[in-house]
Design a protein around this ligand. Structure first.
Ligand SMILES: O=P(O)(O)OC[C@H]1O[C@H](O[C@H]2O[C@H](CO)[C@@H](O)[C@H](O)[C@H]2O)[C@H](O)[C@@H](O)[C@@H]1O
Length: 361
């Protein structure tokens, strides 16, 4: 997709999308829009209503379609409408490729639910060799980063590709490739490093211990995961009747730590430092580190499945650049332009990106 000398303006891509009902490329928004609303990231002070947290915990993973016929019909209509607004990135691949033509593509990938399927045990969320091969091929052609809520070392342990950028702990721990750039074999590996929450390390360690003692030890199925600059309290394997107790226990621990906030992912509560940093900020940092911050001929593609990925989708929308792709089988509120149903489709999309670039050169 990188054809030097052929630079298309945003209006070209707008023509590509003109006949469609979805918003692509994302329109530039005003400065006011870029104020972080963090809609899905409710801080503890705002979480006075326990019921709303429980509702949100129940909705924190894909819904299952077990409905009576009339309701199923309504759900189908809702799904069709959503697909019109967030079409499949595979089905609309040609439009996407046309918009990216002549631009520098950069690829940003969430891990859980995007490169690996969601499983009950977080330590078993391995990715397939086929997926690894697809990511390796993409990284050989475009700068590629993994942006994950996981601790950076742990996600590297799953992905095992040294040529990638890694942004762990929801972007609070960023590092460049440890292997030489395959596009510039003579160039040394870059050690970009960004740790905006370094001062929170001791407090995160302390709260990890407290949550293990108060939540993991007391509630069957609960699991606290130490992600270095943030923590995950998993409730996927906890009986729903215990979720209220689990939330109360987490809140009781956190009340002594006003510098921390609580957000939600898929059947997980996330404890994070109260700093203005998220996957969107990490995306901006990486674009800057790559030297793309001021360039208009850059086409970042961000693929993710979680609420935390919305911050990155919003950044693309406010820059009016690239494509956000949500991985979901079910309609979800999202700022992403496109969708893919599951990790297998992500793999196929990555393969098409590579093939398309190979055919263009
Ligand atoms: O940003 P991500 O790479 O998507 O990481 C977000 C969280 O992912 C993991 O939890 C999720 O996946 C688990 C394995 O499939 C699943 O058991 C859990 O219910 C999901 O929430 C990871 O374990 C967390 O630490 C990450 O924050």
């Amino acid at each position: 997709m990188t054809k030097p000398g052929v630079v298309l303006g945003p209006e070209d891509a707008a023509v590509v999308a003109a006949a469609r009902h979805f918003s692509f490329p994302p329109p530039r928004t005003t400065g006011a829009d870029s104020c972080r609303k963090l809609a899905a990231q409710v801080d503890l002070g705002a979480a006075a209503v326990m019921g709303s947290w429980l509702d949100s915990m129940k909705a924190s993973s894909p819904r299952h379609k077990l409905m009576a016929a009339p309701l199923a019909g309504a759900a189908d209509a809702e799904h069709d409408d959503w697909m019109e607004r967030h079409p499949s990135a595979l089905e609309r691949f040609d439009a996407l490729a046309a918009a990216a033509k002549g631009k520098q593509v950069a690829v940003f990938l969430d891990y859980d639910g995007t490169l690996s399927p969601i499983v009950e045990d977080p330590d078993s969320a391995v990715m397939t060799d086929e997926m690894r091969e697809a990511v390796r091929s993409v990284a050989a052609r475009f700068p590629t980063a993994i942006v994950s809520g996981r601790c950076r070392d742990k996600v590297f342990g799953f992905v095992k590709l040294e040529e990638l950028y890694y942004a762990g702990s929801h972007g609070m721990d960023i590092r460049g490739p440890t292997a030489a750039d395959p596009n510039n074999p003579g160039k040394e590996a870059r050690s970009v490093l960004c740790q905006p929450a370094a001062e929170f390390l001791p407090v995160i360690e302390e709260v990890y211990g407290a949550l293990v003692g108060s939540v993991e030890a007391a509630i069957p199925g609960a699991k606290v995961e130490n992600n270095k600059f943030c923590l995950s309290v998993h409730f996927r394997c906890v009986e729903e009747a215990e979720w209220g107790d689990l939330f109360d226990r987490v809140r009781a621990v956190l009340k002594d730590y006003p510098g921390l906030r609580l957000t939600q992912g898929r059947k997980v509560l996330e404890v994070r430092p109260m700093i203005k940093w998220d996957k969107g900020k990490a995306l901006e940092f990486l674009l800057d580190a790559l030297g793309y911050a001021e360039r208009s001929d850059v086409f970042p593609i961000y693929i993710g499945d979680d609420r935390t990925d919305e911050d990155a989708f919003k950044v693309l929308r406010s820059r009016g650049q690239g494509a956000g792709i949500l991985v979901s089988k079910f309609p979800k509120e999202t700022t992403a332009s496109f969708s893919l149903r599951e990790p297998a489709e992500v793999r196929d999309f990555l393969r098409r990106l590579v093939d398309d670039d190979a055919n263009a050169t």
